[in-house]
Design a protein. Structure first.
Ligand code: SAH
Ligand code: F3S
Length: 469
């Protein structure tokens, strides 16, 4: 009997865009197998959490969500509860110990086996655990092989926004920044063959997709051989650029050391490639960057940024920072503030250091910056960045920008008149909220900006040509 027919699936996602993509692929694969997607765990008979291990907070959230399901499982023992993704790979059996009502633990390298594993649970075979090898559990080729490829057919119906899609171009990471768990839980760095990526982008375009975001942990380190030649990210952008129907191409996340002139020239020369570059600096102090094992100095980061500004002057650059890394002094932090002040990032994501078991930083250094100091530095850096974001956005007042419309804005305003409030993004990833006739989701429209804040541009749809960034 096919037990998957008419099963109701709820899937909750925590973490980065790679996880959002994995959840979309899981939802697509399981809906093809007969599952129906539902909007809450109460309605579901299969509840999956796609999890993140980057910071303790992300893990705590999942363990408390699992705790809340204990009662439901007691009253509805037929419900299947599964933990997928990075926490599954990191905590493994520990998840069954801490939450004995969990039926399924599946690492990011084993997601393709989900239909079969769910079937095993449903047929009474007991809890299922399927994870990949740890980075030290075998030769590189063995470990790599144990992170199985997961690229099922794309289904537009399960995407939150059918006109925008992420495309994985790489798996894993080999950088081993000392604070980061990602190389352990997502495995060795591997690049997908360009032909596969081209085919997927074509398929997405045929489904009506206008924007693709190419994903990799170090996306600008993409490298694959094709026809005896090495294909780098810049070459890949050229290869997919002319895909009919695709209007915007973006890529995240860039590693500062791999921001080559070829790549910047491709961003400059290819009209569909958006001038938006996420290039995390992490710290402005060389002493901390060395401890983080990032492999570059703050001078090298500045030099890279100067090349970006010179080649793609209109580029919006964004960054990540960690505050309160072990040993970070007030002087180290001041250097980070200086870097933010002078770099004029469009925005920065700022995180308080969270020790991750199994990383070099957690093994070598005590987490010695008190939480209140981390919090203060976080708030201060955020305030510095917000002031810059506000100033940068001010320049958009009175301009007309090209907006890819995503859908209704979340302002809570009534949306039942002929004019509704929508939200979308500019090519440089700025959020625009604007009034317009309904029915524009999934189109690209010119919007004239009349007001701005640090995070949002406000405007009205216009029907003029000659739009800017
Ligand atoms: N290259 C990845 C990075 C994933 S982690 C990418 O695609 O974005 C995202 C960000 O989380 C990192 O850039 C870093 O700023 C932050 N981060 C990673 N490990 C962390 C830790 N242990 N504590 C706090 N922040 C961390
Ligand atoms: Fe993490 Fe550094 Fe890779 S931040 S994902 S180890 S580039």
């Amino acid at each position: 009997m096919d037990r998957s027919m008419n099963r109701k699936l709820y899937i909750e996602t925590v973490g980065c865009q790679m996880n959002v993509l994995d959840s979309e692929l899981v939802a697509g694969q399981l809906s093809a197998a007969g599952y129906q997607l539902v909007a809450s765990p109460r309605q579901a008979d299969t509840i999956l959490f796609n999890t993140c291990s980057v910071r303790q907070h992300a893990e705590d959230k999942i363990y408390s969500a699992l705790g809340r399901l204990k009662h439901i499982k007691r009253t509805h023992p037929g419900k299947i509860i599964g933990v997928l993704g990075c926490m599954a790979q990191k905590d493994r059996e520990e998840i069954f110990r801490r939450a004995p009502h969990v039926d399924l633990v599946v690492g990011p390298g084993q997601l393709g086996r989900l239909p079969e594993l769910l079937e095993r649970v449903a047929s009474g075979m007991g809890p299922q655990l399927e994870v990949s090898l740890g980075r030290r559990d075998g030769r590189r080729s063995e470990v790599q092989g144990s992170f199985r490829r997961y690229d099922p057919v794309r289904k537009p119906g399960v995407r939150a926004r059918p006109h925008q899609a992420m495309v994985r171009i790489m798996f894993g990471c080999d950088k081993f920044c000392s604070f980061c768990i990602v190389p352990s839980v997502r495995g060795p760095e591997q690049s997908r063959p360009p032909e596969e990526i081209e085919a997927e982008v074509r398929q997405l375009a045929d489904q009506g997709c206008l924007e693709v975001t190419l994903l990799g942990q170090t996306v600008n380190h993409y490298g694959a051989t094709s026809g005896g030649r090495t294909v780098r990210l810049a070459d890949l952008l050229y290869r997919i650029h002319d895909t009919e129907g695709i209007r915007r191409i973006r890529f995240v996340t860039n590693f500062p050391s791999f921001m080559t002139d070829e790549l910047l020239q491709a961003v400059r020369d290819l009209p569909k490639v958006t001038p938006y570059l996420h290039v995390p600096a992490q710290s402005g102090s060389n002493r901390i960057l060395r401890r983080m094992q990032r492999g570059y100095t703050v001078e090298a980061y500045r030099e890279m940024l100067a090349r970006v500004r010179q080649t793609v002057p209109e580029a919006a650059v964004t960054s990540d920072f960690i505050v309160g890394f072990p040993g970070e002094t007030e002087e180290d932090f001041r250097e980070t503030v200086r870097l933010v002040e002078e770099s004029r990032f469009k925005n920065s994501f700022i995180f308080k250091y969270s020790p991750r078991t199994g990383t070099k930083a957690a093994e070598r250094y005590a987490d010695d910056v008190p939480d209140e100091v981390k919090r203060r530095r976080n708030n201060e850096l955020l305030a510095v960045q917000n002031a810059i974001s506000e100033q940068e956005n001010l320049a958009f007042r009175g301009r007309t920008v090209e907006v890819l419309v995503e859908g209704p804005s979340k302002t809570g305003r009534k949306q039942d008149g002929p004019v509704v409030q929508l939200t979308g993004r500019t090519v440089c990833d700025r959020i625009v909220v604007f009034d317009s006739p309904r029915g524009l989701a999934g189109s690209i429209v010119p919007v004239r900006i009349y007001d701005t804040t640090a995070v949002t541009l406000f405007g009205r749809v216009v029907s003029v040509v000659g739009v800017e960034c």
